[in-house]
Design a protein around this ligand. Structure first.
Ligand SMILES: [Zn+2]
Length: 417
């Protein structure tokens, strides 16, 4: 490593901690002055902002889950009073909930560390197949790619056929998007008569938003000669961690404080134990302290042979609560309840399973009136479901009244990774 990224990434642990602790203390102090919410939060917990001096001191504050953030933003739109009113915000993103996020900054390192670690640079032409529409993914990955000097093809959610054409015509060398979409693009290229490995130049892929299954990874690497990298983050807090060429855990970004906590107590678990990933992004715009991602992981504290000295996350082991990610999008019980309320408290259940490399979303619905199941009803239902949850329904299954028991989960995740 020999450019600006290595400076912080190879800091000694003590130096990193002292720098992060100082940035955290500044963030809390500024948040207390500028954000009504942070002031109320600290006042309610009888905490003087000056007493938060290190990551260990964060434990006295509650973890804010995505669900909670949605509620807070609904009560006090758009940002729940968590923003710095003195800073001009360049973009506002949304994600399902709805939840609104101010873009952190044009000058930050969002995702650039990840792309640098994946070896992407000025010689690359990168296809960015993340959506540019309202959600943060497209533009933030784009900015990160530009930061490492790559040329970006902002293909977004264009069809797989269009993506194949772009890969061919523009001599694309790197793919950024979800693993299942890359698989679909490769399949489409076969259909179009191409040999992906021989005919195209894609040699690297950086994935986010859904898990990279080991079998699929092997196939990308062995069958198609694509070096694959995983990236991990959340719209609310930006990039959190990324893989280096060692591919043994994900390095935690320098701009974030990551805690691994017991989801029931919010207290840190011992290093190496499984717990919820809780993130505080050090910044002066959006004072979201201790964001609970709902993802389960472990910390790896040993040094990595790549030379980076940051702690690593040992991948994602699953979800803490009942909210699940379907094709990269969260579906939360609160959203399902909202849909039920729009249909006369219709008893229903969401079942998420996996077929090959694709998530399958099924809705089990009790036929409590005879219009349920008719084409106009189905059309209306699917439209409202998509508006609230963003994700598409694959199957509808109709049941008799009373078949869904009250103790059953609203969202049943049957996937096994
Ligand atoms: Zn490493």
């Amino acid at each position: 490593m020999n450019n600006l990224f290595d400076k912080k990434e190879s800091w000694g642990k003590r130096k990193r901690k002292s720098q992060q602790d100082r940035a955290l203390a500044e963030m809390v102090k500024l948040g207390f002055e500028k954000s009504e919410h942070v002031k109320a939060l600290l006042d309610n917990h009888k905490i003087n902002p000056d007493t938060i001096k290190s990551r260990e001191d964060l434990e006295c504050l509650p973890v804010t889950s995505r669900e909670k953030l949605v509620e807070m933003e609904m009560d006090d739109p758009p940002y729940a009073g968590l923003e710095n009113p003195d800073v001009s915000i360049d973009r506002i993103f949304t994600s399902p909930g709805p939840v609104y996020e101010p873009h952190l900054s044009e000058t930050d390192y969002l995702w650039a560390r990840a792309f640098f670690a994946a070896g992407i640079g000025p010689k690359d032409i990168a296809l960015n197949a993340f959506s540019y529409h309202l959600v943060a993914a497209g533009l933030t990955f784009h900015t990160g790619l530009r930061r490492v000097g790559a040329t970006v093809v902002p293909s977004g959610t264009s069809s797989s056929q269009v993506q194949v054409q772009l890969i061919k015509d523009l001599k694309v060398t790197a793919y950024v998007g979800t693993p299942s979409f890359l698989k679909a693009i490769i399949d489409k290229s076969k259909e179009m008569g191409f040999d992906f490995k021989k005919d195209f130049l894609v040699k690297k892929a950086c994935f986010a938003a859904e898990p990279l299954l080991p079998g699929l990874r092997r196939s990308f690497e062995n069958d198609y000669g694509i070096d694959t990298y995983q990236m991990y983050g959340a719209t609310e807090v930006g990039d959190v961690a990324y893989e280096c060429s060692e591919k043994k855990g994900w390095h935690i970004c320098e701009e974030t404080i990551v805690e691994i906590v017991d989801p029931t107590t919010g207290k840190n678990v011992p290093d190496g134990e499984l717990g919820e990933v809780v993130v505080t992004r050090l910044n002066n715009i959006f004072f979201l302290l201790r964001f609970g991602t709902g993802d389960l992981s472990r910390l790896i504290t040993e040094a990595c042979p790549c030379g980076r000295t940051s702690y690593r996350l040992a991948g994602i082991a699953g979800r803490v609560g009942d909210a699940v990610k379907v094709r990269g999008l969260f579906v939360a019980p609160s959203q399902i309840k909202m849909i039920q309320s729009k249909f006369n408290n219709l008893p229903l259940q969401v079942v998420v399973s996996r077929s090959g490399h694709e998530d399958i979303l099924k809705l089990r619905i009790e036929k409590i009136s005879h219009e349920i199941g008719s084409s106009p009803w189905e059309e209306d239902f699917k439209k409202i479901f998509r508006e609230i949850c963003t994700v598409r329904i694959d199957h509808l299954e109709y049941l008799n009244a009373g078949e869904i028991k009250p103790q059953e989960k609203l969202i049943l995740d049957q996937r096994q990774y």
